[in-house]
Design a protein around this ligand. Structure first.
Ligand code: GP9
Ligand code: MN
Length: 416
C-alpha cells in the first residue's frame, strides 16, 4: 500500500550520495552495454596452463581510456541473464524466487532505457535468441525499449551457430551493420551467447586447449571464454571503422557466474587452493565491469566494492542524466561517497573488510572467521534493502511514483 512506498522512498532518499565529478562529461554519447555471458573475474589477467585466457580484455585493464572494476559482483538469482538485465535496467534486485522477468513482466518500471529514451536516445536490445525467451518481448515493453533485435534480425545458419545459437563473432559482425542504421545517440544492450553452459565450441574456433580437471565443464569454459574475448576484439575493430566508436561509451559486464559450486574440486585445483569454502565462493561471484571511454585519459583499475545495481547511476551520470529522483538501490561508483558494500540476492554480502557467507562472518583479508557482531549491522541493512526492493516489485509500487519529480502519487490520492 501507500505506506510501503513512503517507507521505501524514505530509505532511498536517505541513502543518496553526491554525483561523481565526471557528471555530464560524456553527454550525448551513444552507450553500448555488452552482457558477457557467464564471465567471472577469476579468468581476467590469468593464465590457464600457460595460455592467457582473455588477452583482449586484459589489454583494457589499467588503460587510461577504461575503468576496470575488479571488485564488482553479480547480484542475480534464478533469473540468470534476465536478472542481470533487470538489475542493470532498474537498479533494483531481482526476486528471491523465480525470475522477475516472468513473474512481474507487466509492472510499471522507470527503466534506464526509458530514461535514456526520454533524453533523446534510440533504445534497443540486441540478442540472437527468440524474443519470448525469458519473457523478454513482454517486459521490454514495460521497460519502454524501442526495438528488440531478436533472432529474426540476424542471419543464423548451420555454419555460424553453435551451442545455444548464433556464435558471438558473427553476432557482433552483424550487429555492427544494424548499428550503422540506428539513429544516434543510441543506447543498446548486446547480449552474448557462446560462453553459455555447456560451453561447447567448434574445433576451428578453439584457440587454446581444454583444461585438465575432473570437471569437463570447467575444462571447456576457458575455451569459450577465450572465444568471447576474441569476438569482443573483432567488435572493437569493426566499430572503429565506423563513426560510432569515438562517440560511444562501451560498458561490458559479466552477467552471472558460469561455474557453479558443483565444480568446486576443479576450481580449487585451478586456483591452487585446498578447498573452496563459503568465503571463497562468495568472492568468486565477482564478475568484471569495464567502462571503456574512447578519448578519456584518466581511467585505470578501480577497487570499489560494488554490484550490478550500481551500473545504472554510474553510467547515467557519465552521460549527464540525473538520477536524483530515481527509486534505486545502487549508487554512482565514481562518486567519492560510494560505499564499499555489495549485497547478494541471497543475503550474503561483501565489504572492503568483511565477507558474510554461509551465515559466517569472515575477515576479508585473512579469510578467517571473525566476530559476528561486525557483520550484524550489514546483515540488517542487506535484508532491509532486499525487502524494500521486493516490496516495490511485488506491490507494483512504481505505478504510484513520479520519477520526474520524486512525488508519491499515492499521497496525492490520499489527500483528496
Ligand atoms: C538466453 C541467454 C542465456 O537468451 O540470455 O540465458 P541464461 O541461461 O544465462 O539466463
Ligand atoms: Mn546468462
Amino acid at each position: 500500500d501507500g505506506s510501503e512506498l513512503v517507507e521505501v522512498s524514505n530509505y532511498v532518499n536517505a541513502s543518496k550520495i553526491e554525483r561523481s565529478e565526471l557528471f555530464g562529461e560524456f553527454e550525448g554519447r551513444n552507450v553500448i552495454f555488452i552482457s558477457l555471458e557467464s564471465l567471472q573475474s577469476f579468468v581476467i589477467d590469468e593464465q590457464m596452463d600457460g595460455h592467457e585466457i582473455t588477452p583482449f580484455l586484459n589489454s583494457l585493464v589499467g588503460r587510461d581510456d577504461t575503468f576496470y572494476f575488479n571488485n564488482f559482483y553479480h547480484q542475480t538469482g534464478l533469473g540468470k541473464t534476465s536478472d542481470s538485465e533487470f538489475i542493470t535496467e532498474n537498479s533494483l534486485f531481482g526476486l528471491g524466487r523465480g525470475a522477475v522477468f516472468f513473474t512481474h513482466g507487466g509492472n510499471t518500471y522507470n527503466s534506464m532505457s526509458e530514461k535514456l529514451r526520454n533524453n533523446g536516445y534510440f533504445t534497443s536490445v540486441m540478442h540472437a535468441n527468440s524474443k519470448s525467451f525469458w519473457n523478454r518481448d513482454m517486459i521490454y515493453q514495460s521497460f519502454n525499449i524501442e526495438k528488440f533485435y531478436d533472432v529474426e534480425s540476424y542471419n543464423v545458419t548451420d555454419d555460424n551457430a553453435v551451442n545455444w545459437g548464433l556464435k558471438d563473432k558473427p553476432f557482433f559482425e552483424q550487429s555492427v551493420e544494424l548499428m550503422k542504421q540506428m539513429p544516434q545517440p543510441f543506447a543498446t544492450r548486446m547480449i552474448t551467447l557462446t560462453n553459455h553452459f555447456p560451453f561447447t565450441l567448434d574445433v576451428t574456433d578453439q584457440s587454446i586447449p581444454e583444461y585438465t580437471s575432473n570437471s569437463a565443464t570447467l575444462n571447456r569454459y576457458f575455451q569459450t571464454v577465450r572465444y568471447m574475448d576474441e569476438s569482443l576484439e573483432l567488435f572493437f575493430e569493426q566499430l572503429k571503422e565506423t563513426d560510432i566508436y569515438d562517440n560511444s561509451i562501451i560498458v561490458m559486464y559479466g552477467d552471472h557466474y558460469g561455474i557453479s559450486e558443483n565444480h568446486n574440486k576443479a576450481m580449487a585445483q585451478f586456483l591452487n587452493k585446498e578447498e573452496i569454502t563459503a568465503y571463497d565462493s562468495a568472492l568468486l561471484q565477482s564478475v568484471p565491469l569495464f567502462i571503456h571511454i574512447p578519448g578519456y585519459t584518466e581511467g585505470g583499475v578501480m577497487e570499489q566494492v560494488a554490484g550490478q545495481v550500481d551500473t545504472r547511476p554510474t553510467v547515467l551520470h557519465l552521460l549527464g542524466i540525473d538520477t536524483e529522483y530515481d527509486m534505486q538501490m545502487g549508487s554512482d561508483l565514481l562518486s567519492a561517497e560510494h560505499e564499499d558494500f555489495v549485497i547478494f540476492r541471497d543475503g550474503r554480502f561483501i565489504t572492503d573488510e568483511l565477507v558474510y557467507a554461509g551465515e559466517v562472518c569472515y575477515d576479508r583479508s585473512s579469510g578467517e572467521q571473525t566476530d559476528s557482531a561486525l557483520c550484524e549491522p550489514y546483515i540488517e541493512r542487506a535484508n532491509m534493502e532486499l525487502e524494500y526492493s521486493d516490496k516495490l516489485i511485488n506491490g507494483d509500487l512504481l505505478r504510484f511514483y513520479d520519477d520526474q519529480t520524486g512525488q508519491l502519487i499515492i499521497d496525492h490520492e490520499a489527500a483528496q
